[in-house]
Design a protein around this ligand. Structure first.
Ligand SMILES: [Zn+2]
Length: 80
């Protein structure tokens, strides 16, 4: 697996992205623990974070954008 050793160790960082909420979304917010609901009339966004623990992918967390902000963006500013 370690075919190429980089001079700098590349670490897997937890990352946050903004995604629109799809119809039939069934993810719960990691902060308020409420369902992140799809709303037909307004374009609802959610924050999806790939969380790495000890350089390994651990889990995906979902957040309402407001909740993510309230939690002080634990995984950095979300990318689009
Ligand atoms: Zn929430």
């Amino acid at each position: 697996m370690a075919a190429k050793t980089a001079t700098k160790t590349k670490k897997w960082r937890s990352r946050a992205v903004t995604r629109t909420v799809d119809a039939g979304n069934s993810a719960y917010c990691a902060v308020c623990e409420e369902l992140i609901k799809f709303r037909a009339r307004i374009r609802a966004d959610q924050i999806i974070c790939n969380v790495y623990v000890s350089n390994k992918w651990d889990r995906v967390e979902h957040y309402h954008p407001e909740c993510y902000k309230k939690a002080k963006s634990p995984y950095g500013a979300p990318a689009d």
